[in-house]
Design a protein around this ligand. Sequence first.
Ligand SMILES: [Zn+2]
Length: 356
Amino acid sequence: MKVGIAYHEKYRQYDMGPGHPFRGDRFVNAMRLFQEQGLFRLPNVTMLKPKPVTKQELLKVHEKNYVDLILRLAKESKPYDMETPVSPKILEAARLIIGGAIKAGKAVCEGRIERAVALGCGYHHAGRNYGGGFCLFNDIAVLVEQLREKRGLERVLIIDYDVHFGNGTSDIYYSDSSVLYISLHQDPRTIYPGTGFARQIGEGEGEGYNINVPLPPGTDDQIYLHALKEILVPLAEEFNPDLIVANGGSDPHFADMLGSLRLTVNGFFNLSRTIANVAENVCQNKLVLMLGSGYNPTVLPQCWFALTAGAVGYETINVEDQYTPPDESDLVGMTVEATLAGLKRILRKHWKCFRR
Ligand SMILES: [Zn+2]
């Protein structure tokens, strides 16, 4: 099985400045570990070098006024909001990162590779006419729209495993039944952006195609993977997508500064393997894994490697956590079971798999 990895040295310019959790050295540190692990020496792994996304491609998702605003802010090096600075260098990196996603998706859809890992991607807080949460443009949607237009994809499944709810992606596809958006994230009452509740299931044509699985702080590997399998596996089989796009980085890790979930490095490996297996079963392995988040620089490279290794097809990995994860509480498991039961009840009307 061939796997492509999209990356460009200039990604490191997506650096939001000293003291900001989103730093450019994340890319360099992750690539160093990938190299040490011999990832690039594997015969089935190829590198994909991106070209910057064009304004025309951005306009397939974003409103013109918004794109023009970001271009102007970049020129003037003015922030979009308090936590989302913009500069010529950040814009250049953003355009290359989105270009990397497109390159990865096209290579998969043309059959040159089966799976792709698009590093640095997953700006899921950006909507059609807004940004925020370190995100300027929604690379996930830009990728999906390119592939729908140029490769005639009919159905795309997006699985968002970032610790935060992908409000931007969700908004963009909220009334679209050809894109099934599934997000597992920390309970929105306890984290940015404050939305992503189980009852938000889409509207109009898209009702039933937006699926939120809020998880309480303290959710560990076992409970997380259980929730993922309960929701993703049956829905993917019934939806029968042409492609799976997965996005998220290391921010669900137990030592991440911004989130309170409790995944370990090994949990990320199993998470990625689970998604890759689903892709194998439902869409001939066609998978684009977009990974970009993570705010603890010590654990980020190991988590990104574990995620990548799962998509590449490793059976085991020899990287592990340097810290001991905290103990779990029984309450977390019970809360998640109740959430899953409630969610299946809400979705029963739309999905046969939840009627059994
Ligand atoms: Zn996040």
